[in-house]
Ligand binder design. Structure first.
Ligand code: ADP
Ligand code: SF4
Ligand code: MG
Length: 348
């Protein structure tokens, strides 16, 4: 297939009711090629989970996708209504942070995994059960035949997360949306689950969108990175470019706040202040009250940050401006013009 497997543009999500309704995700856009991996980072409350849920057509009550287009393999997906679920089924799957919440306590994990090929792919019951054991083996479940008869509470957190990943893969999706899938796990298990997800992407060619607050994890897992602040994308680009040469002060702030165990001289510095209440996002650049580079202009101008640090997607070449997406094609113009930060760094 040519073109991205997942293309999102102008995604805008609002929360709350009546006069208290406000925007929580604004004009978010990105693309993921088949087998590619996009990391989405930002402080808690920056709109990462709502973005994934909107893509899945799984927004909670009181939360609404207002605008935007989500295309899966070139086909636009409705956000709500009877087709929202059916058109995604089997093609787009999600792994959540808490493995217990995604599992039914009264059925064995084998039965729960088998339910997916049976229901989504219409496979007969016996074949679905065999497939469930295969999938449990694929996700590294030790002794999968025996474990398929276990109930969720009989498994460790790491094993439960493997079951959820098996369920997500059971429908042979094109895109896997992962919302902090390892946050609830301890460090060694976390590493194993990350390795599994990376392996799945490489072997099965499933594109992965990976939400995390852990920059070391996204560096390891993702080709591309999108940084979110107050529901907006503030920087996108190749993961290595964004993390090694952040163009946006917020990305720089996230990096400076990380404890670097290899560099004892580096003292982590947290970003001053807190993420504003999304009902009262400051005007101009939403980051200006917390930004050490802010000037008076920053309180008035709304810079199109998403273009910062952006490079071409997937070609391995940089900076020719021919990125195949009309949207990012304007990036050359916008880059460095609205946010003054890159020039200031160059100017020393
Ligand atoms: N069900 C909901 N109802 C109302 N507001 C919500 C709901 N879910 C999330 N929000 C609000 O939307 C914002 C973004 O939330 P979320 O996407 O969960 O952030 P993140 O995943 O980046 O931590 C937060 O300010 C949160 O309070
Ligand atoms: S526009 Fe101004 S306040 Fe916003 S990130 Fe750039 S320098 Fe900071
Ligand atoms: Mg979240």
């Amino acid at each position: 297939m040519n073109g991205p497997v997942l293309k999102v543009s102008g995604l805008t999500v609002s929360v709350g009711r009546g006069a208290r309704r406000h925007v929580a995700v604004q004009d978010v856009g990105f693309e993921v090629p088949a087998g590619g991996s996009l990391g989405v980072v930002g402080e808690s409350g920056s709109g990462k989970s709502l973005t994934l849920r909107a893509l899945m057509g799984l927004l909670p009550p009181g939360v609404r996708a207002e605008r935007g287009v989500v295309e899966l393999a070139g086909e636009p997906l409705p956000f709500a209504g009877p087709r929202a679920r059916s058109v995604r089924r089997g093609r787009l799957a999600m792994v959540f942070q808490d493995p217990l919440s995604g599992l039914d306590p009264v059925h064995t994990v084998g039965a729960q995994v088998a339910e997916v090929p049976r229901r989504v792919l219409g496979e007969p019951a016996a074949a679905s059960r065999r497939r469930a054991v295969e999938l449990l083996r694929l996700v590294g479940m030790p002794d999968p035949e025996r474990r398929s008869h276990a109930f969720p509470h009989q498994l460790s957190g790491g094993m439960r997360q493997r079951v959820l990943i098996a369920m997500a893969l059971a429908s042979e999706p094109k895109v896997l949306l992962c919302d902090e899938p390892t946050t609830a796990l301890d460090v060694t298990v976390q590493a194993q689950v990350l390795e599994l997800l990376d392996d799945v992407r490489r072997r099965l060619g499933v594109a992965v969108v990976f939400v995390s607050h852990d920059l070391a994890v996204v560096r390891q897992m993702c080709d591309r990175l999108a940084v979110m602040y107050t529901g907006r994308l503030v920087e996108t680009g190749r993961a290595a470019d964004v993390l090694d040469h952040p163009a946006h002060p917020y990305t720089l702030g996230l990096l400076e706040a990380v404890v670097d165990l290899d560099d004892v001289d580096h003292m982590p510095v947290t970003i001053p202040g807190t993420l504003p209440d999304l009902a009262h996002v400051p005007g101009g650049c939403p980051f200006h009250p917390r930004c050490r580079f802010a000037s008076e202009d920053c309180a008035r101008e709304v810079p199109p940050f998403r273009y910062l640090n952006d490079r071409q997607w997937g070609t391995g070449e940089e900076g020719t401006g021919e990125d195949g997406t009309g949207e990012e094609g304007t990036g050359g113009e916008a880059r460095g013009t609205a946010c003054k930060y890159p020039e200031r760094v160059t100017a020393g």
